[in-house]
Write a protein that binds this ligand. Structure first.
Ligand code: ADP
Ligand code: X2W
Length: 300
């Protein structure tokens, strides 16, 4: 259907508003973390894929890191394998690790690659095992049980943290017209697989590539206070306070942690935005109104 004059003007204004951002971000790396909770309906998935294709076409270098927590949960449930989380991390025994690798490296990764490709892009799917992209070590989690005074270090199985991102493969793809799509599975020195929280992987990839932006797409409007207002521009002390009083908990803990660490290590800005809003990535990058929670080094 042809646009009426008002709609056409709005579209033209939006396109024209994007020009300075296109110029500013040309050649820059943008790391986008696509959370499993934001992969809901087909419209949203296709709008995400088109945003990524458009970024590449106009000269940005998008690097996608995906999650898939709910998708792992669904298969574990079908297989009647129990699962639980400590500090936002899935406790991962050997059987669970097999499922994680299957779902992230197989199902979810290939679905996103397929979506980007069917929207006109050229995506390449990788796990951290490909080209030793994500070298990992076992993560030891500090956990405080209510009945104990001091936190204890606990073993949560095959859960890792990124020791090193081998960026050569990513640079090679960036220099061509390929778009890397990374599943958060790391490889240990002995070749073992590690389940790594996707936010942590995205943060480390952004740090290593010295990205312009780290965008964390999730299923909520941003970091919220207890009344449900979106918080932005916080200091580290304020963030610590919000963790201490329980305002930031569960899946938001690794998100905030990696966003703070990324901007301290040279990433220009980190954004926690609502992946349930169509084209939220493009709105964040190419329009004057930011969406969600912005974290920059100025706020630290
Ligand atoms: N202060 C907070 N503000 C917003 N969300 C929060 C906060 N504390 C905890 N959360 C939870 O974190 C969730 C996002 O993390 P997660 O479920 O791991 O998403 P994703 O799959 O996108 O990584 C939110 O849906 C919300 O339930
Ligand atoms: C250690 C750990 O918790 N790993 C995550 C990996 C997937 C992920 O992070 O997915 P989302 O981004 O969709 O939450 C998990 O097993 O669920």
């Amino acid at each position: 259907m042809p646009l009426n004059r008002k709609q056409a003007m709005t579209t033209a204004e939006v396109l024209s508003e994007a020009v300075p951002y296109i110029q500013r971000f040309a050649g820059k790396t943008i790391v986008i973390k696509y959370g499993g909770n934001a992969m809901t309906d087909d419209n949203l998935k296709n709008s995400f894929a088109r945003d990524i294709v458009m970024m590449k076409l106009i000269g940005l270098n998008p690097v996608v890191v995906h999650g898939g927590g709910p998708q792992i949960g669904d298969l574990l449930e079908q297989l009647k394998i129990e699962s639980h989380f400590i500090n936002g991390m899935r406790v991962t025994d050997s059987k669970t690790m097999d499922v994680v690798e299957m779902v992230l490296g197989g199902m979810v990764n290939k679905e996103i690659v397929g979506l980007i490709n069917s929207n006109g892009g050229k995506a390449i799917g990788l796990t951290g095992k490909d080209g030793h992209l994500l070298e990992a070590r076992k993560l030891r989690v500090k956990h405080k049980r209510p009945e104990m005074e001091a936190p204890e270090i606990i073993d949560i199985g095959h859960v890792g943290e990124v020791e090193k991102v081998n960026k050569s493969v990513l640079r090679m793809l960036e220099d061509s017209d390929f778009i890397p799509v990374i599943a958060p599975i790391g490889v240990g020195p002995d070749g073992a697989s590690y389940n790594i929280n996707a936010d942590l992987v995205a943060g480390k990839v952004a740090e290593t590539l010295q990205a312009e932006k780290l965008i964390l797409l999730t299923n909520i409007a941003g970091l919220l206070d207890k009344e449900g207002n979106v918080l932005t521009g916080l200091s580290t002390e304020q963030v610590d306070g919000l963790i201490e009083d329980g305002t930031i908990h569960g899946g938001m803990l690794p998100k905030i942690g990696c966003a703070l660490s990324a901007v301290k290590s040279g990433v220009v800005s980190a954004h926690i935005i609502d992946g349930r809003v169509e084209h939220s990535c493009l709105l964040e990058i190419f329009t004057d109104e930011g969406v969600g929670t912005l974290i920059t080094n100025n706020t630290l």
